[in-house]
Design a protein around this ligand. Structure first.
Ligand SMILES: NC(=O)C1=CN([C@@H]2O[C@H](COP(=O)(O)OP(=O)(O)OC[C@H]3O[C@@H](n4cnc5c(N)ncnc54)[C@H](O)[C@@H]3O)[C@@H](O)[C@H]2O)C=CC1
Ligand SMILES: O=C(CO)COP(=O)(O)O
Length: 340
């Protein structure tokens, strides 16, 4: 597979803009599509995304457009970076314009809301089975990537040459892009860590201490591993950048919107006020339901993720969620056979 010379980045929020800037800085011909005309005009005229990455200079070579067909039509590689709720509709919109040779990757984290389908299932259905698909995921705050700070992430695909091609446009002097072949595990890790970040945020907002935070991260990882085993993902994916790496980042870093939602809830703020104040995509609000749908489907008990879901729905206060977690029966730390 040839290295993509022209890349279309679809979605001009903070992550799409940061990835487009990264790829453009690496010398690829890069076009960023966004639906917000004012934002796209500012990127073209001032080399800045004032809404999502204010004050960060974007490369002169980065082109931006509101014309999705034109953006995609010229591409060798399409990288979708819209929120999960817009993933299916965006794929439907771009599909007729995608050149036959262009594979499709996405850096969206979450499931299809309402159905709980994995995004690679949605992409396979919308685009057809022949199109190379890849998931881009891992510990990566958009702001830090846009500032050129060192970052490592991973690209998973069923088509190894496509994973490598996507990794090649991302990899650079301050950015390490690894590859793997486990889209299922990679997507599960990226989705679940957002839910678990709410849990640690709540605990920190309630000032429960550092022991509680570490306990939640570790038992959260255990929840990821158990659900991952049930759905058929690889344990090593969850022990790497797509799982543990992103879990640690999002549970501890205050740049995380999901952690900040948890902090606000733990301090007694309402979910509506917290989401409004954050003013950006907070994937956990929908992902918690879809994680619990998967858990139910596979008969897996996930007390932390389930607690987050109930807190997000206002069915449980943070204090009651904590009380329920602490009152659970004792058990061995790991089920036999979790690591094969
Ligand atoms: N910001 C970050 O550091 C990272 C974000 N992600 C993931 O990337 C995805 C996108 O998130 P962000 O860029 O951070 O969000 P954001 O909140 O910064 O921006 C959201 C963007 O989505 C667009 N949008 C909203 N609804 C849309 C629709 N119906 N159709 C088309 N575009 C729509 C908005 O116009 C805006 O450009 C999410 O799944 C997120 O979890 C993944 C890794 C890092
Ligand atoms: O996915 C992310 C970092 O890897 C961003 O996390 P938040 O969506 O919680 O800000």
């Amino acid at each position: 597979m040839q290295a993509p010379a022209k890349v279309a980045v679809v979605g001009a929020g903070s992550w799409g803009t940061a990835l487009a800037a990264l790829i453009a800085r690496h010398g690829c011909d890069t076009v960023l599509w966004g639906r917000d005309a004012a934002c796209i005009a500012a990127i073209g005229e001032r080399r800045e995304n004032p809404r999502y990455l204010p004050g960060i200079a974007l490369p002169e070579t980065l082109a931006a457009t509101t014309d999705l067909a034109a953006c995609v039509r010229a591409a060798d590689l399409v990288l979708v970076v819209v929120p999960s709720h817009a993933f299916a509709e965006t794929l439907h919109a771009l599909a007729p314009h995608r050149p036959a040779h262009a594979g499709v990757a996405w850096a969206t984290k979450g499931f299809e809301p309402g159905s709980g389908r994995f995004l690679h299932e949605v992409a396979g259905e919308v685009l057809g089975g022949e199109v190379p698909l890849a998931v881009v995921t891992g510990p990566s705050f958009a702001k830090e990537v846009a500032l050129g700070l060192p970052t490592a992430l991973t690209v998973h695909s069923d088509t190894p040459a496509f994973a490598q091609a996507v990794a090649d446009v991302l990899h650079g002097p301050a950015f390490r892009a690894y590859t793997g072949d486990d889209m299922l595990g990679a997507e599960l890790g990226g989705a679940m860590k957002n839910v678990l970040a709410v849990a640690t945020g709540v605990a920190d907002g309630m000032q429960l201490g550092l022991n509680a935070r570490a306990g939640l991260i570790t038992r959260g990882l255990n929840e990821m591993l158990r659900l991952n085993q049930a759905i058929g993902g690889k344990a090593e994916t969850l022990m790497g950048l797509a799982g543990l790496g992103d879990l640690v980042l999002t549970c501890t870093g205050d740049l995380s919107r999901n952690r900040r939602l948890g902090l606000a809830l733990g301090r007694g703020q309402s979910i509506a006020d917290a989401v409004r104040e954050i003013g950006q995509v907070v994937e956990s609000v929908q992902t918690a339901d879809e994680v619990m749908r998967q858990a139910q489907k596979h008969g897996i008990e996930l007390p932390i993720s389930g607690g987050v879901q109930r807190v997000l729905h206002g069915e449980l206060t943070p204090t009651d969620a904590l009380r329920q977690l602490l009152a659970r029966e004792q058990k061995p730390e790991y089920p036999v056979g979790l690591f094969g």
